[in-house]
Design a protein around this ligand. Structure first.
Ligand SMILES: *Cc1c(COP(=O)(O)O)cnc(C)c1O
Length: 465
């Protein structure tokens, strides 16, 4: 037997490398509370030591793991630490992380039931549970994908094909060239991932009707154009900056009457529906045709875990198999019918574990806590004379200083401090500091420390400019 095969057999049998990996992982978890929210400059500089030519021969596995621990871990972003407020990057619920570790060892392929009965079973359960939790139409299909970008692509794909099908055009058979025109209506405040999806779907700039957003970044319902059955309409539950929700009740009712297809990008905001205190933000959302959501944001599952829901199971599955009416359903639920991929990791396993670990009440509490902390953050900053630019209806806060230049410098100083981490954005023509409270691990002590970091950063910036 070759030297390599002997080594693989030994590693597999004696399991020391798995124990070492777990030790390093646990040490990382222990360090989370106190490590800087973003890697230090020396930690980033040390990454250069990884630059080398492709090794000609094997390297020792234990050394590789040590390198990851010593050079890699310090350069990891401490998203789970409680003081990371960048983008909308959620934390991780321990039960979900543990289930994922276990499932990673199982290494299942979730394409077909016959490939992994356990993965198929848990996806089927997650489908039912999520429709219940999010109060979406019974019988809707769920596709378990990498994130909302892919989920949105799938929802819009289903909508595009349904609209063309109603006009007697079968995309699976005839393709898109020469197809009847369709209209795409969306607000100027859509997320960047929508543009990626539209590009892939062959929907060009000239087909897009952009509606102005109101002062909170909501689709301005007063400017809703005349809708018809050739219209694909995109709405948003949770503006990525302000966290604002579109007026679903009004707009979806009009769309339903006109027989337009509505897709809702609910990447982080759809979870508002699973919380008594915020559910009203999503009233009417059930009238849409498809929805996308991330479990790895508000729900705090590990990356990568998104879901597309589609009211019409056959339309979603047909669009993704490009097989139109030739679709074959087996008795079991084959996950790949509802996703673009065939081979896929079994993300339903940790999602199931998470939902079971929290239950309905736990999800309610998680979402409520994120929102409460966001409001608290905003109140504390307002008390210290920062300007809060949005209505804090969910987990997002937009902050500015008196002058744009001061806002920019303060943000730079916050990021450099390592005390907490926020990203920047532009809001109604001015630079803002963007806070997303998106981890269960954020405590009131984390908030106090972060608010102090904001104040210190602004003082430092004031003395500089
Ligand atoms: C994060 C986000 C997306 C993209 O989701 P990914 O999981 O990164 O693919 C889309 N829309 C909104 C509103 C988001 O916040």
């Amino acid at each position: 037997m070759s030297e390599l095969l002997t080594r693989l057999q030994n590693e597999s049998k004696d399991k020391a490398i798995y124990r070492q990996a777990l030790d390093h992982a646990l040490a990382y978890l222990d360090s989370l509370k106190d490590r800087p929210a973003f890697p230090t400059a020396p930690a980033l500089d040390a990454l250069q030591s990884l630059d080398e030519r492709l090794p000609e021969g094997p390297c020792n596995t234990s050394d590789i793991l040590r390198l990851l621990h010593e050079i890699g871990a310090p350069a990891a972003v401490a998203q789970g630490g409680g003081r990371y407020f960048g983008f909308v990057n959620g934390g991780v619920i321990p039960a979900a992380l543990a289930a994922r570790l276990l499932a990673d060892v199982w290494d299942q392929n979730a394409a077909l039931r016959i490939m992994s009965p356990i993965a198929a079973k848990l996806e089927a359960i997650c489908e039912t549970w999520l429709l219940d939790l999010l109060d979406l139409p019974k019988g809707s299909a769920a596709g378990f994908v990498s994130g909302t970008s892919t989920a949105t692509l799938c929802g819009l794909l289903a909508g595009r094909n349904a609209i063309l099908s109603r006009q007697g055009w079968d995309v699976a058979e005839r393709g898109l060239f020469g197809a009847p025109p369709i209209r795409l209506v969306m607000s100027e405040a859509v997320h960047g991932s929508v543009f990626k999806a539209l590009g892939i779907l062959g929907i060009g700039q000239a087909q897009i009707e952009v509606v102005a957003a109101d002062d909170q970044g909501r689709f301005d319902a007063r400017q809703l154009p005349q809708l018809d059955e050739t219209t694909l309409l995109i709405l948003q539950a949770g503006n990525v900056n302000s966290g604002a929700f579109d007026d679903f009740a009004g707009i979806c009712a009009a769309a339903q009457q006109a027989k337009s297809w509505v897709h809702v990008d609910g990447a982080f905001g759809l979870w508002a529906r699973a919380c008594q205190a915020t559910a009203r933000l999503t009233t009417g959302i059930e009238l849409a045709d498809s929805w996308s959501v991330d479990a790895h944001k508000t729900l705090n599952s590990p990356y990568d875990c998104g879901v597309v829901f589609c009211k019409d199971r056959l339309t979603l599955a047909g669009a993704l198999q490009a097989s139109g009416s030739y679709l074959h359903f087996s008795e079991a639920r084959d996950g790949m019918l509802y996703t673009p991929e065939m081979s896929r990791r079994a993300r339903g396993i940790e999602l199931w574990a998470l939902l079971k670990a929290l239950g309905r009440a736990g999800v309610d509490e998680l979402v409520a806590q994120l929102c409460a902390r966001a409001r608290q953050f905003a109140d504390e900053l307002a008390r210290r004379k920062f300007r809060i630019l949005n209505d804090v209806v969910f987990n997002q806060v937009l902050v500015a200083c008196e002058r744009p230049e001061l806002t920019r410098e303060t943000l730079r100083a916050i990021q450099a401090s390592g005390e907490c981490w926020c990203g920047g954005s532009e809001w109604r023509g001015e630079p803002v500091i963007r806070i997303s409270v998106c981890s269960w691990a954020t405590t009131e002590a984390d908030l106090r420390r972060s608010v102090a970091a904001f104040v210190a950063a602004r003082s430092g910036a004031l003395s500089m400019i």
